[in-house]
Design a binder for this molecule. Structure first.
Ligand code: FES
Length: 505
């Protein structure tokens, strides 16, 4: 162990620790811009300079390893004055006019550092040259005027994601962030995973979903799990006024370590159509709104005679277990609703999953991406594929000759194959969040929650059981899938005992 002193405090840390990390352990705050805990130290911005006793000049704490009996001072007048000067230089390089930036007011690390150092104005005339704004990416905006060339984005793209799409061209004040060899971002090999935007310390990269929705500090940060596919990435979801405004990756997560894919970070926030907000039964050929009691009675009456059944793999384990127990009671097998292929997922994440599985195991595939030589992964398994396997759901069933069917679709989009499979069935009961071709065919529609409106557990492909938290409340007439299925169990008078945990243990 190495013993050193930081601002008068003695700390003991492991060999190889940087001064910045040791300061963190001692509870001493040192401002940073280019440094990020998930990335290798880089030492380019010099904001983290500290005084090291015996050293001729100030030293960057983010790259300097600790040594025995070191004495560090992080808040001397010389250190503070140098940091302020560095900030003044950064502000002079490009247009960092904060009032016109949507990150201003709490989410910009550059502005926060400036305020911390008492900057109230620019002592040096800023460079008002126009730098381009690249709006070609569907999910992200890149404003070069706000870029401080800290390279967090490019390092994240290389170190965490494995794409190496982002890089830098030219030298000195002409240095520019580039995608590939100077492509428009939206035309480049970028897979829109958004990791670069999550680590960007300024308003240079903007998430189009969270822009103008308020600051992170105004929202509740809820740790939860992505239900886009079976990988089971851990996320931090920002919720404000019963609305999800942003999804970030969790840098502390063992598997995904802050990285998400396009679907997990952005597409999960897209509405999939008009909501089903009330129970409905078909009368005179038309679906009409009714009470839950009436809808459940109609559904129960139609499902007594060995129905066919399908369940979405986006359902929590609790709902899947209830569905299986209910169908066992009426002697009906349950098939998994085949999840669409998810991808591309970041190469480094795909490699980790493959490593843990020991092979692609029929659930991963790789492909080359837009002519680059970086292999990206696709996932062929829904969020709760492993739980569904454990409960004994089958890959497919033959519904020919069945008089009724129960489909727990929830917020899944029905595939052509599912629509074809249910068409010959007489009475169709559908649990759905959105109106679709499937609800159009149904006799009874039960309105159920989307992934963000209910809590429950998910088993990742690598076998970890994780909790998905409820993030927002649905309207009163919408129930969780588990509650809807429990209501059906009661109406059908089945003696059903569903223990979601027992089989998974
Ligand atoms: Fe240390 Fe940038 S944070 S040099």
């Amino acid at each position: 162990m190495i013993r050193l002193q930081i601002d008068g405090q003695t700390v003991e840390v492991a060999e190889g620790t940087t001064v910045l990390q040791a300061a963190k352990q001692a509870g001493v705050h040192i401002p940073v811009l280019c440094d990020h805990p998930a990335l290798t130290s880089f030492g380019s911005c010099r904001l983290c300079l500290v005084e090291v006793e015996g050293a001729r000049t100030l030293q960057p704490s983010c790259t300097m390893p600790v040594s025995q009996n070191m004495v560090i001072r992080s808040k001397t007048p010389a250190v503070e004055a140098t940091r302020k000067f560095i900030l003044e230089l950064i502000f002079s390089e490009r247009n960092h006019f904060c009032p016109f930036c949507q990150l201003s007011g709490g989410d910009c690390e550059l502005q926060n550092a400036a305020l911390e150092h008492g900057m109230t104005h620019w002592p040096m005339q800023p460079n008002w040259n126009d730098f381009p704004v690249d709006a070609s990416n569907t999910f992200l905006l890149l404003d070069h005027n706000r870029c401080i060339l800290c390279r967090r984005c490019a390092r994240a793209c290389s170190e965490l994601v494995g794409m190496d799409t982002l890089g830098f061209a030219e030298r000195g004040s002409a240095t520019m962030l580039t995608a590939d060899l100077g492509e428009q971002w939206g035309m480049s090999t970028c897979i829109s995973c958004g990791t670069c935007e999550q680590v960007c310390p300024t308003g240079a990269m903007v998430n189009r979903f969270s822009a103008y929705q308020g600051h992170k500090s105004q929202a509740e940060a809820v740790p939860t799990v992505c239900v886009g596919c079976g990988v089971g990435c851990q996320t931090v979801v920002y919720v404000r006024d019963n609305r999800v405004i942003r999804i970030d990756g969790d840098f502390d997560a063992e598997l995904n370590a802050g990285v998400l894919c396009r679907e997990g970070r952005f597409e999960a926030l897209l509405e999939k159509g008009d909501r089903v907000s009330q129970p409905m039964v078909r009368k005179d050929g038309k679906l009409v709104p009714c009470s839950w009691d009436e809808a459940l009675s109609a559904a129960a009456a139609g499902l007594k005679d060995q129905p066919a059944a399908w369940a979405s793999l986006r359902l929590p384990a609790e709902a899947l277990a209830t569905m299986k127990a209910l169908c066992d009671a009426v002697n009906a097998p349950v098939a998994m609703i085949e999840a669409g292929v998810t991808g591309p997922i970041p190469p480094k994440l795909g490699m980790k999953v493959e490593d843990k599985l020991g092979s692609k195991d029929g659930v991963l595939s790789t492909s080359e991406w837009r002519g680059s030589f970086t292999e990206v992964y696709n996932v062929h398994a829904g969020a709760n594929f492993k739980a569904a396997q454990a409960y004994g759901l089958t890959k497919e069933i033959n519904a020919n000759g069945k008089k009724s069917a129960l489909v727990a679709l929830a917020d899944e989009i029905p595939s052509e194959a599912l629509l074809d499979a249910v068409k010959p069935v007489g009475k169709l009961v559908v649990l759905a969040s959105y109106k679709s071709m499937l609800t159009e065919l149904a006799e009874v529609v039960l309105p159920v929650a989307t992934w963000m409106e209910q809590s429950g557990h998910y088993v990742s492909l690598t076998g970890t059981v994780q909790e998905g938290r409820q993030l927002v409340k649905p309207v009163e007439t919408v129930r969780s899938s588990e509650a809807a299925l429990a209501g059906l169990v009661e109406k059908m008078g089945c003696s059903v005992k569903a223990d979601w945990q027992a089989v998974l243990a």
